[in-house]
Design a protein around this ligand. Structure first.
Ligand code: ATP
Ligand code: MG
Length: 485
């Protein structure tokens, strides 16, 4: 199959080389001068066409990874699942991928553990290079790991078959993400009618939505992210399939989903994204317990906390403040955890034990779908535990607290919660003044370093702390808080 792409000449699109990272332009030209096709691809093209600043500049080419390595001295090949070239510059890495294909009609090798495989190509002749376009030829002798691997249900486990530019375009997720900008003649190459969707503001999956969402359920989450971020609508068939197959996002890898969730909520349109995730039911698939809690709350209204927290985060992001994932999650889920904490305290549990139980329970609930790291959970615990210290405004206590690592995160939580609840506003104002009148001496505290855990009476110090204490001067701060078992 070969369809002619629509070619949009330079005079009919706004992409100028001056908006592309100079390093990416260098890489594009170098590939072209070496006789290869060289296209800017993906979100970079989409964002430039929309007049937005791209997050990164990805390049696709017909050069194989080994050929790319030979062309660029500053190149490293990475990845087992996708063999990619990283071209290293002083302050930037440009990712270069060989055109790939999503073919599924290749000869099938015996499937391992219920998987359908397309075999690896045979090895290149000595001194020569197997053409990437001929990559999916059958195995001749020794079995190799398959380049294409799908489960019986059609979910892609591995996808590393080289292809033509057209195949590369149609294996991408959405039409607006599949446009190519060619450095040879500055045209935009459109195999999938992406330009029309870009003009109409539509997120449309390429191909059969059910097949494509089954192949990779994360695409459903990406659809919502792009729609919210770009202010686009999800095209009707894409949306219908998404509603019907949303439960499959539970099958995606929790580690990958953790990365995706950060992108959902940390790119400046988190609240809007959250509402779309709730509306489609996808939030409920990713966070079933928290979703149920949101639905069943106070005064006949669902909880507004999570949405308000995300509005807060959006303002931070939009005004250029970096929000770390553990702050995002404490803001989003703080009240949920606090309520668990209170329930345990009400049974007579020691407060710290009750908090640890609450955080552990929360982690146990979310980790099967979204693998929030334990380190982030510990940081959330510390942020909640240390809220009580804001009450101590007498003597040396405030200064000790201010100088603790993690103070800034803890204060961020107070800032949001006081805004949300209307409580502790005076306390927040007191601390704001105090912070202003006590600028940190450099090196005194690292505001966003992960805080140590809360102290337990009689708990032994870590060996390294004991040493430091013996040798160093008397600490000015409070007892270091010991790590938890
Ligand atoms: P962002 O602005 O978030 O970087 P992006 O579109 O560039 O958006 P990336 O995750 O950087 O997204 O991926 C680059 C490109 O790779 C996408 O534009 C798309 O063409 C393709 N792609 C990424 N993820 C998938 C996927 N799950 N399935 C198919 N194609 C994908
Ligand atoms: Mg990108």
């Amino acid at each position: 199959m070969s369809n002619k792409p629509v070619i949009i000449p330079r005079t009919e699109h706004p992409i100028s080389r001056k908006w592309i990272s100079p390093n990416a332009v260098r890489v594009l030209y170098r590939l072209k001068e070496s006789g290869h096709l060289a296209y800017l691809v993906g979100g970079g093209v989409r964002d430039l066409l929309l007049g937005r600043e791209p997050k990164d500049f990805d390049i696709a080419t017909d050069a194989s990874p080994n050929e790319i390595k030979r062309i660029f001295r500053n190149c490293r090949l990475i990845g087992r699942r996708f063999r990619l070239a990283h071209i290293h510059f002083h302050d930037e890495i440009i990712e270069v991928a060989t055109f790939r294909s999503n073919i599924t009609d290749e000869p099938e090798a015996p499937a391992a553990a219920g998987a359908v495989v397309v075999p690896e190509p045979s090895a290149p002749a000595p001194g020569g290079e197997a053409s990437p376009l001929l990559a999916a030829t059958p195995v001749t002798s020794r079995p190799r790991p398959p380049r294409m691997l799908k489960t019986d249900d059609g979910m892609i486990l591995r996808d590393n078959v080289f292809g033509t530019p057209e195949q590369d375009a149609i294996r991408r997720d959405f039409t607006v993400n599949a446009l190519f900008y060619s450095i040879a003649d500055y045209t935009v190459i459109d195999y999938v009618n992406g330009m029309a969707d870009l003009r109409r503001g539509l997120i449309r999956i390429i191909g059969d939505p059910v097949v494509r969402f089954t192949e990779d359920p994360v695409r459903m989450v990406r659809a919502v992210r792009f729609a919210a971020l770009l202010g686009f609508e999800i095209e009707a068939r894409t949306y219908e399939a998404l509603l019907e197959h949303k439960d499959k996002i539970a099958l995606a890898s929790p580690a990958r989903m953790y990365e995706e969730v950060q992108k959902l909520f940390l790119l400046g349109e988190g609240e809007k994204t959250f509402q779309m995730m709730r509306h489609t039911g996808m939030f409920g698939v990713l966070f079933p317990h928290i979703n149920a809690w949101i639905d069943t709350e106070a005064d006949g209204f669902p909880q507004t906390w999570v949405g308000k927290a995300l509005e807060w985060v959006d303002v931070c992001v939009q005004t250029g403040r970096k929000v770390e994932p553990h702050i995002l999650f404490s803001l989003m889920f703080g009240k949920y955890i606090e309520e668990k904490w209170k329930r345990s305290r009400d049974t007579g549990m020691v407060p710290l034990d009750a908090l640890e139980k609450a955080v552990a329970e929360f982690l146990g609930e979310v980790v099967p779908r979204v693998q929030i790291p334990r380190k982030a959970a510990l940081a959330i615990r510390d942020i909640l535990w240390n809220q009580g210290r804001f009450e101590k405004t007498q003597g040396k206590a405030p200064l000790y607290f201010l100088r603790r690592p993690g103070f800034a995160d803890t204060f961020e939580y107070l800032r949001f919660t006081s805004e949300f609840t209307g409580e502790r506003l005076e306390l927040r104002a007191w601390w704001k003044d105090f912070i202003r009148s006590h600028p940190l001496v450099p090196g005194e505290a690292a505001p966003s370093a992960p805080a140590k855990g809360p102290a337990r009476p009689g708990q032994p110090r870590r060996p390294d702390e004991r040493k430091r204490r013996r040798r160093g001067p008397r600490r000015r701060g409070p007892k270091p808080l010991g790590p938890q078992a």
